[in-house]
Design a protein around this ligand. Structure first.
Ligand code: PEP
Length: 265
């Protein structure tokens, strides 16, 4: 069974002392849940000190980005190789990186391979813009993003990857409707099934991201095939983030720990 995953993406917020305080508050609030994995993605600067502070029974760390070469003359960059003992996950292809920092399909593909090579689990972000949705191009966009990002990985490697469906129009704005999430998540898992096989499709975890708040958690977890969340601004407030984890736990208890069945399972 796939373990629910909740990732807090702190983006470029919080200096070292603010980050440490947030971890302290989260540690007070969030209990150890056997069936929920909680991951924090602070800034690159604070990963190292937080790796010493976090209670590893409660949290794992993720980097928000890294460079695909392992070392060399790349001023200002940090490699996956440098992060491998500090983080368990890395977010790759976030729409802000694609839009603001020119991470294109090929860069994302190379970062995916670099993460896997360095034994860091990639959280691959995919999703369409508002215009692409209006033009009915959502599936084509997802297809292109998945095809390139996963193209240098074996089926066994893809089985461990996490994919976050993050419609760009939803981020920081509005939660996508369960029906919209269902359609995209079904497409993503179907793509994985078609290319890498049934076993991989059953194993891979697919998250939803875009304005997730405690009130929408149950409705989204009811969507077949949604295995958790990537949370942006809500993860900077300890009460909100803890409430998202708590709501997830309640949903799991109500559903006897069973995820909604995915077609074909
Ligand atoms: C994100 O940027 O990954 C995200 C999900 O942001 P928010 O929760 O703020 O919409």
């Amino acid at each position: 069974m796939r373990k629910i995953l909740i990732v807090g993406n702190w983006k470029m917020h919080l200096n070292a002392s603010q980050a440490s305080l947030l971890v302290h508050r989260l540690q007070e609030r969030i209990k150890i849940y056997r069936d929920i994995e909680v991951v924090l993605a602070p800034s690159m600067l604070t990963l190292q000190p937080l790796s010493l502070q976090i209670d590893r029974r409660k949290f794992r760390l993720a980097a928000q980005n890294a460079y695909f070469r392992d070392e060399g003359p790349f001023t200002g960059e940090v490699s996956f190789n440098m992060l491998r003992d500090i983080v368990h996950y890395v977010i790759i292809g976030h729409s802000e990186r694609r839009q603001l920092f020119h991470d294109n399909l090929a860069t994302v593909r190379d970062k995916m391979a670099a993460a896997v090579r360095n034994e860091i689990v990639p959280i691959l972000c995919v999703g369409e813009t508002q215009q692409e949705r209006e033009d009915k191009e959502t599936k084509q966009v997802l297809h292109d993003q998945l095809m390139t990002a996963l193209s240098n990985l074996t089926a066994a490697e893809v089985a461990d990857v996490v994919i976050a469906y993050e419609p760009i129009w939803a981020i920081g704005q509005v939660t996508a409707k369960p029906g919209q999430v269902a359609e995209a998540v079904t497409y993503v898992r179907g793509y994985v099934r078609d290319v890498f096989g049934e076993k991989v499709a059953k194993n891979i975890r697919i998250l939803y991201g875009g304005d997730v708040a405690p009130e929408v958690v149950h409705g989204l977890l009811d969507v077949p095939g949604v295995d958790g969340f990537l949370v942006g601004h809500g993860s900077l407030n300890y009460e909100t983030f803890a409430a998202i984890v708590e709501a997830t736990h309640r949903w799991q208890r109500n559903n006897n720990g069973e995820m909604a069945p995915v077609k074909g399972e």
